[in-house]
Design a protein around this ligand. Structure first.
Ligand SMILES: *Cc1c(COP(=O)(O)O)cnc(C)c1O
Length: 350
């Protein structure tokens, strides 16, 4: 059953992709300058292009998705403010507590299926303007939703929530680390999602295959302020067009191919559905497959280990869940093979 080819099939995350020879060539050829002086032509081009694609006035290159989200949280809020976010949100669960540590805000978790919530959830959570309460300041979306299995917010539902937030004077941020996947999965234009929000962050280091890089976008004034915070957070870099070139390459070549990753996720899901006692708790809508193992009576740690021994790497999510993520370095055949290996290994565990 063990694979004969070199190296495991790595489905832990779409962050594990390595830059292709063509992407590396684009990086080597990049025109660069000092981006702290706003003199890196490649970064300037990237920021302009991404602002255009997302339909925002301005954009800013940042070293990571976490920093992008956190600069947006910081720029929208003042210490002591409250931010509404789904309880499974990346900003709440996977950013090292930085919203509290760096922006000084408290995060108020909202419930809902598939990482989503309704306009009424926002209304109910908004604090009255009284001295007892924090100021409700910001609502955060995540699309696709990582911890909710790569599920996609529909545009009408997102619009309804955003309008409710706006009506109450709250700002709206979109963690769009995988907004490319949402766009490819639904055909909804990127700028249609972004028109609903004041700020957005997107990642190039996941499905688009760049080694490093994220961009945030918003109004010119918002980005000016975020740029000031980027300096404070240590995210202002110098000849960083070398990284920006990889992001531009990803934009030009790797968006439409995300459909392959989505197909491969369905292949994996189809193989796994046949195994008794495991379930896929979220709709498979993009490049992530979550597996719930509780009814099988095995733990995520056991499954991660057993699959690794057979050359398939997957990520533990919690005690009884594991995550499979498809990406450009896993082809159709490997997805089939990983699905078969996983189904047979987990099917034999007890
Ligand atoms: C990956 C990811 C980020 C950014 O994380 P980094 O570790 O900085 O790459 C932000 N939000 C979501 C939803 C993500 O999946």
């Amino acid at each position: 059953m063990a694979r004969s080819t070199a190296g495991p099939i790595d489905l832990r995350s779409d962050t594990v992709t390595r830059p292709s020879p063509q992407m590396r060539q684009a990086m080597a050829d990049a025109l660069v300058g000092d981006d702290v002086y706003s003199e890196d032509p490649t970064i300037n081009m990237l920021q302009e292009r991404v602002a255009g694609i997302l339909g925002k006035e301005a954009a800013l290159f940042v070293p990571s998705g976490v920093m992008g989200n956190q600069l947006c949280v910081r720029t929208h809020t003042r210490p002591g403010d409250e931010v509404l976010i789904h309880e499974l949100g990346h900003i709440l669960n996977y950013e090292g507590g930085s919203a509290a540590a760096l922006a000084g805000v408290q995060l108020r978790p909202l419930r809902g299926e598939h990482g989503q919530f309704d306009p009424a959830d926002v209304t109910d959570a908004i604090r009255p303007a009284q001295e007892h309460f924090a100021h409700s300041r910001l609502v955060c979306f995540e699309n696709t939703h990582n911890r909710a299995g790569g599920t996609v917010w529909s545009l009408p539902r997102m619009r309804a929530v955003a309008e409710q937030a706006r009506e109450h004077g709250l700002a709206v941020h979109l963690d769009g680390a995988r907004l490319w996947n949402a766009h490819v999965a639904t055909g909804v234009p990127l700028n249609a999602y972004c028109a609903l929000v004041d700020s957005v962050s997107v990642c190039f280091s996941k499905g688009l295959g760049a080694p490093v890089g994220s961009v945030i976008a918003g109004s010119a004034e918002f980005i000016r302020e975020a740029r000031f915070h980027r300096k404070k957070y240590g995210g202002a870099m110098r000849q960083v067009g070398i990284l920006g070139a990889a992001c531009l390459y990803g934009l030009d070549h790797n968006i439409e191919r995300l459909a392959d990753d989505h197909r491969n996720a369905h292949i994996l899901a189809d193989r796994l559905r046949g195994v008794e006692g495991i379930s896929i708790p979220h709709r498979v809508e993009s490049n992530i497959v979550m597996l719930e193992l509780a009814d099988r009576g095995v733990t995520a740690a056991d499954v991660v280990q057993a699959l690794a021994a057979e050359g398939v790497l997957v990520g533990p999510v919690d005690r009884t869940r594991v995550r499979f993520v498809t990406h450009m370095d896993v082809d159709h055949e490997q997805a089939e093979s990983a699905g078969e290996i996983a189904a047979s290994v987990i099917g034999a565990m007890h």
